[in-house]
Ligand binder design. Structure first.
Ligand code: AMP
Ligand code: MG
Length: 447
């Protein structure tokens, strides 16, 4: 019953049941066409679900500004006063009237004002006032002549020929950056150093931020042992758990690493039940076509609705995306990430990070693509019908006019952690590309 419900909700378009599920399916469903989604189709579907899942908005909490890096604003940041709060000199020099200074006559020096001083009295005609960077420009002055551009003789100052000054030069007028009460950052902005500086300048000692979504990370596989255990024959260390935890934290989530589950129905049932209180569930492994890939039937047993069970990408083709309905709250979105580490990483970046970003309240989340010039590829052949994401290294040149270049990192498939660790991006090979030529502009996916 549960299984049928799950399949009824799965669009015929996107649904491709695994062999171990086929036995349990009604023949009508099995006869439905089940082409895999293209990358673009899957991407659009995930984006649509992400915005629906984010509709309620996460809860918020107040934290010290110093702790806010990496969080998402749950409140707008508004200017508490004009910015700058006074006309501010941007140079060491002499506050003056631009027209008077440009006539190259001597101006009488009437005083000196430094950063932190209260504004000097209004500037009389035919005079200038010594001023330091950051100090308030006195009323009456409309420019600052740089100290390097003047001569000072016996209490008088003159702009050197042939220099001219224009009104507004070397100062920022009061309120030029913002007026008191202006919204400077909307809620949903991801907080980094620049946003912290702006909030500090407006007097926000603490800020309201969205609570980080709790992301359950469930790795599966009989072969897995923890990092601190010595693998026996045929066993490997569980590298996906710490990798995904790091990716989740970097994308604004609160990683909740569950004990790895064995490849049997009972272990998966227990683990999935435990994970059901999360905001997002990432399962690694067990979604391919092998005899012991049992994650989908386990999800179906607890009423999962599958949006898709495969995408035409490499690595990561068996990717599963769906939702687990919860009687007492919003449904739990889940991804079944293929277990090979690079498959898990690519599918997380392309798809899961989108949902995580939306659940975090982040207005500008989603994968970051860029263009680069192809320097080297060891894998020129395309695989028709698959969009490929190959570990690559992008070099950002410091030479003006030189675009970033990207070189594919030689690899031994999607389990090659060494190649992955040497890469800093993925080279994207479009589904319909005939072949790639060195020197051409290609698309890259940044982590
Ligand atoms: P699966 O998706 O379960 O068929 O696994 C595909 C490959 O990824 C197999 O070689 C697994 O041993 C490997 N793998 C699965 N899970 C992990 C993990 N947590 N850490 C490292 N490798 C894994
Ligand atoms: Mg497995």
């Amino acid at each position: 019953m549960e299984i049928r419900k799950a399949f009824a909700s799965a669009g015929a378009f996107s649904f491709s049941p695994r062999p171990q599920l086929r036995a349990a399916l009604p023949s009508t469903i099995l006869s439905m066409p089940s082409p895999l989604l293209s990358f673009d189709e899957a991407f659009a579907l995930v984006a649509q679900c992400a915005s629906r899942l984010a509709a309620n908005g996460p809860a918020s909490e107040r934290i010290d500004l110093g702790q806010a890096a990496g969080r998402v604003l749950a409140q707008p940041i508004c200017a508490d006063s004009d910015q700058p709060p006074f006309a501010r000199s941007t140079r060491d020099g002499f506050a003056c009237r631009a027209l008077e200074a440009s006539a190259h006559n001597f101006l009488a020096l009437t005083g000196s004002v430094r950063a932190g001083d209260a504004p000097a009295k209004p500037l009389a005609a035919g005079s200038a006032c010594e001023i330091m960077t950051g100090a308030p420009v006195p009323d009456g002055a409309d420019a600052v002549a740089m100290v390097e551009h003047v001569e000072v003789v016996g209490g008088r100052v003159r702009l050197l020929k042939p220099r001219k000054l224009v009104g507004g030069e070397n100062l920022v007028a009061r309120g030029a950056q913002a007026k008191a009460g202006d919204e400077l950052l909307p809620a949903g902005t991801s907080i980094g150093a620049a946003q912290i500086a702006l909030a500090a300048s407006c007097g926000y000692a603490s800020v309201e931020v969205f609570v980080r979504p709790r992301v359950a990370i469930l790795t599966t596989g009989d072969e897995l042992v923890p990092v601190d255990a010595a693998p026996g024959p045929g066993q490997i260390r569980n590298s996906n758990a710490p990798m995904l935890a790091a990716m989740v934290a970097a994308a604004g989530g609160d990683p909740w690493v569950l004990p790895a589950a064995a490849d049997n129905a009972a272990a998966l049932d227990v683990a999935l039940t435990r994970a059901a209180s999360a905001d997002l569930l990432l399962i690694s492994g067990g979604v391919s076509a092998g005899k012991f890939d049992l994650v989908e039937p386990a999800l179906a047993r607890i009423g999962a609705q599958f949006h898709f069970t495969g995408v035409r990408i490499q690595p990561g083709k068996p990717l599963v995306f769906g939702e687990l309905p919860r009687p007492d709250g919003p449904s739990l979105p889940f991804f079944g990430l293929p277990g090979n580490p690079i498959s898990s990483a690519v599918t997380f970046l392309l798809f899961a990070a989108q949902v995580l970003g939306a659940l975090s309240g982040n207005r500008a989340s989603g994968p970051r693509f860029a263009l680069a010039q192809l320097a080297k590829t060891t894998d020129r052949k395309t695989k028709p019908g698959l969009t490929r994401f190959l570990p690559a290294c992008c070099t950002f040149s410091s030479v003006d006019g030189q675009p970033p270049t990207v070189a594919q990192v030689p690899w031994h498939g999607s389990g090659d952690l060494g190649a992955f660790a040497q890469s800093n991006c993925f080279l994207v090979i479009p589904e319909h590309a005939a072949h790639l030529e060195e020197g051409e502009i290609v698309r890259i996916l940044l982590p």
